[in-house]
Write a protein that binds this ligand. Structure first.
Ligand SMILES: Cc1cc2nc3c(=O)[nH]c(=O)nc-3n(C[C@H](O)[C@H](O)[C@H](O)COP(=O)(O)OP(=O)(O)OC[C@H]3O[C@@H](n4cnc5c(N)ncnc54)[C@H](O)[C@@H]3O)c2cc1C
Ligand code: SF4
Length: 564
């Protein structure tokens, strides 16, 4: 009998992430607007609010002593940001219109050339670049570095950024979001208070903007609480990437398809790789695979290691040295998986949290920035004399639907779903969709949840190369290269059923790029006990897609990315 991860739901419920305020009114921290997440969406919202405060100081006065605050769970802004990243500058140009030029932003340079390669185990065939993958006039960045720069810009405009602070519960009172409760710090493995214990706080805000990115903890709870889910479920891909110092500069961006993924429909292995130059002496290389795959032995981390052994890829890295590693999920459901609304009373949602990603182009940064900017403008509209809070927040949905984000995503609306039919059929359908600008095939293709795919095992792990510490790395040395220094004795933040069929335990152990899960002893009743090492976790979010639940650990935990 085949197993589906969704048959073993995690011990977690929405009510764990939603609560009324508990601090006495005079002990609550009051801010004007509260943004959760210092990624491109949250920081764009913060910057736009800062610009509006500068343009209209009299209105800004009404926001109190802390007009705009941003919570970030990473050690510093940028610490949890990971992307390709080739950036379409459109969102940033609109955000900084008349204030900053592209050449003042921290990019590694403009894309001057590109190639798309179809790989077999030993060969690479150049194929015509699909229109969605044309990158002329885009710029290469490290999102972590771009995030640090955006955070500095926001602070210069009077925004308060609170790093090492996770938003743990959405505060809902009388059917309206009134702020966020931050997580406790200094608890031990069993939840006991240690000597350095600091309780979390209720932060009360006029409007809360959730910009948590992929697999947002509060965002997911808000979807359930306010009935925001769209018609189709969201699906995700897992991206694992490395940054290398290299001996020879790479002068163009490369995308690959094919090997080491298998094309047959039954495997559901959709994805590819990217290799981008970062100036003259660095490159980034990453592998992205849809989490609707079925094989219990598939490991995106190991597929990336295998990819690097391909003669065409190895040549780029020869004589080089790995400097950083990281992993993160990407929402891939596209247009048909967007929520039914992007606001609720007291709340706005933007960026990857609501699935604003163009999957065939592998791009979401410009949508994150644009949606953050539009959310900020809607929040600001609540301050107009005689404004209705409800109508002002609802106006955000209208602005999104009129934006370039909506037009772009509609054109590629069934692209990801097509690849559930295998690489060749999916590729042909994707070509037809591109040529007809999304009009063919008519209608919306249904999406199946990643956790609903039944599991198979095919001895896939047999092909993964052994680590040599030079070109090929194991998971633990990779976690080290993410800068992760999470305290070992904090409470476990991963929610899974710990006694599960062996197939599911194997799936989690292979899937997790950070070696958090280990298949333990057989329990004698057909199940095994999964052992956990939560401090390895780099918070990629894959477990939430495949039957478990990632919750935010103590603020400041997790990776400390600087160039991813
Ligand atoms: C491997 C990979 C390659 C990609 N390549 C590209 C590319 O080349 N070009 C492109 O345009 N896009 C690319 N993307 C997509 C792009 O990175 C995202 O669309 C974009 O980062 C989304 O921005 P965001 O602000 O919504 O979320 P994020 O960038 O994920 O930022 C969210 C922030 O919120 C913080 N946070 C989350 N929850 C909480 C909480 N509860 N409390 C406090 N803080 C919290 C996180 O720590 C993080 O800093 C890629 C993504 C991946 C994973
Ligand atoms: S434990 Fe889950 S969220 Fe953490 S790195 Fe592993 S798969 Fe990702």
């Amino acid at each position: 009998m085949s197993i589906r991860p969704s048959e073993f739901p995690p011990p977690w419920s929405t009510s764990d992430a939603i609560a009324p305020p508990t601090d006495p009114v005079d002990e609550r921290i009051e801010v004007g607007f509260l943004i959760v997440g210092a990624g491109p969406a949250g920081l764009a919202a913060a910057i736009r609010l800062g610009q509006l405060m500068e343009e209209d100081p009299a209105t800004a006065e009404r926001l109190g002593e802390v007009p705009v605050a941003v919570l970030e769970k990473g050690k510093a802004p940028g610490a949890h940001l990971l992307s390709g990243a080739v950036v379409n500058p459109r969102g940033l140009q609109r955000l900084f219109k008349g204030r900053k030029r592209i050449d003042e932003m921290p990019f590694y340079g403009e894309v001057h050339g590109e190639s798309v390669l179809f790989l077999t185990k030993h060969r690479a065939v150049r194929i015509p670049t699909p229109p969605t993958m044309i990158n002329h006039r885009n710029y290469v960045a490290s999102l972590s570095r771009l995030g640090r720069w955006l955070a500095e810009e926001a602070e210069e405009l009077g925004v308060t950024i609170l790093p090492e602070t996770s938003g743990e519960r959405l505060l809902v009172d009388g059917g309206r979001v009134v702020g966020v409760r931050t997580g406790d710090r200094g608890r031990g493995r069993r939840g006991e208070e240690l000597g350095n214990f600091e309780p979390g706080s209720d932060i009360a805000a006029r409007v809360t903007i959730l910009a948590e990115g992929t697999q947002g903890h509060l965002t997911g709870a808000a979807f359930e609480r306010f009935g925001l889910r769209g018609e189709n479920p969201q699906v995700w891909a897992l991206g694992v990437k490395e940054v290398w110092k290299v001996a020879k500069p790479l002068d163009h961006v490369i995308h690959t398809m094919g090997w080491p993924l298998r094309p047959a429909k039954k495997f559901r292995e959709f994805g590819g790789s990217f290799i981008y130059p970062m100036g003259d002496d660095m490159v980034t290389i990453g592998m992205v695979v849809g989490l609707d795959y079925r094989d219990t032995e598939l490991s995106v981390h190991d597929l990336l290691q295998e990819l690097k052994t391909h003669p065409r890829v190895k040549r780029i890295l020869d004589g080089g040295e790995r400097v950083q590693w990281g992993a993160k999920t990407i929402p891939e459901g596209g247009f048909v998986a967007l929520p039914s609304r992007f606001h609720a009373p007291g709340l706005l949602l933007c960026g990857d949290g609501v699935g604003l990603v163009n999957v065939p182009a592998l791009k979401g940064i410009h949508y994150a920035v644009e949606s953050g900017r539009l959310a900020a403008e809607a929040a600001w509209r609540t301050l107009a004399r005689g404004a209705s809070m409800r109508l002002a927040l609802a106006s955000y949905d209208g602005s999104l639907r009129e934006s370039f984000i909506w037009r772009d995503l509609r054109e590629v609306r069934n692209m990801r779903q097509a690849f559930g039919r295998g690489f060749y059929v999916g590729g042909a359908l994707a070509g037809a969709m591109t040529a007809s600008k999304g009009r063919f095939p008519p209608g919306d293709a249904p999406t199946e949840r990643d956790a609903d795919q039944s599991l198979i095992s095919t001895d896939r792990a047999g092909s993964y190369p052994a680590a040599d510490g030079k070109l090929v790395f194991d998971k633990l040395s990779s976690v080290f290269a993410s800068g992760n220094r999470t305290r070992d004795d904090q409470p476990n933040h991963i929610r899974i059923q710990e006694k599960v069929p062996r197939e599911l335990a194997e799936l989690w152990a292979h899937m997790c790029p950070a070696q958090v899960y280990e298949v333990g002893e057989a329990d004698g009743d057909g199940t095994v006990t999964v052992k956990l090492a939560p401090s390895n976790c780099v918070q990629c979010g894959a477990i939430t897609a495949k039957g478990g639940r990632l919750t935010p650990p103590e603020g400041g935990s997790g990776p400390e990315y600087t160039v991813t």
